[in-house]
Design a protein around this ligand. Structure first.
Ligand code: ZN
Length: 243
């Protein structure tokens, strides 16, 4: 069975996971700045400590990087003053109650205004906001996908393409063999250049159904800094699983 113990090697504090099926020592730094070492059951502590000590520079670089990750927003309250990310910018929620039959949401400059039915609870307000994101996504990704398809060439993308939004908790997008492109609702919280990269990434899958060299060449031809954008996206790690 795995065992987790907090050990200290020099000034680095780490969690040790012993695994009988592991061959080598592995080291990682988690998003919440924990240093985790996985090691075979029989590796002596001195060997593990030395391994950690040898990688102190790498650990410190990683810890500095996760320390600079943007803070995720606090849990939503769905009340006035609650904050939502739209294309990397914070929008403040304002709930106006009464006078409407259904609860709807609209963006007015930097304010996300929900026109709520009398007695509407947080769940109903959250639903209206989600619906607003879905409509925004359909429109924005619809336009971006069209742009990249015409850039790559209609002839290359031979089938009809359907764009929709999905509540993926982890992935940001997907492409089916049939030509269904789906994007995570929470990807709309990313800055626009990254949303544009996501659109291109999935459109390129309509031609190359893998991440091979031809796929990467296509990304490079359409968006020379795609690697940078991809890296930025993974370092942003928008963890808001729901709206
Ligand atoms: Zn992909």
């Amino acid at each position: 069975m795995d065992r987790i113990v907090v050990k200290t090697a020099g000034k680095v504090q780490y969690e040790l996971i012993r695994k009988s099926n592991r061959r080598r020592i592995a080291l990682r730094v988690t998003d919440d700045a924990r240093v985790v070492v996985s090691a075979p059951s029989r590796t002596p502590r001195t060997t593990i400590d030395r391994f950690v000590a040898d990688h102190v520079d790498w650990i410190e670089r990683k810890l500095a990087a996760v320390g600079s990750l943007p803070k995720t927003l606090p849990e939503h309250t769905y009340m006035d003053g609650d904050r939502f990310l739209v294309f990397g910018e914070e929008k403040i929620l304002k709930v106006q109650r009464g006078g409407v039959a259904t609860t709807t949401c609209e963006l007015v400059e930097d304010t996300l205004v929900v026109h709520a039915r009398n007695g509407a609870k947080g769940g109903a307000i959250g639903k209206a906001i989600t619906l607003w994101y879905v409509e925004l996504g359909n429109q924005v990704y619809g336009e971006l996908v069209e742009k990249w398809i015409s850039r790559i060439g209609q002839a290359e993308v031979s089938r009809p393409v359907v764009v929709s939004m999905a509540s993926y908790p982890k992935r940001m997008g997907s492409c089916s063999q049939k030509g269904d492109l789906r994007f995570a609702i929470r990807s709309l919280m990313l800055p626009l250049p990254l949303v544009d990269y996501l659109a291109l990434h999935e459109v390129a899958h309509l031609v190359h159904f893998n991440h091979g060299d031809a796929f990467k060449r296509m990304l490079g031809e359409c968006m020379p800094d795609w690697k940078h954008r991809q890296h930025e996206m993974s370092s942003l790690r928008i963890r808001t699983a729901h709206i």
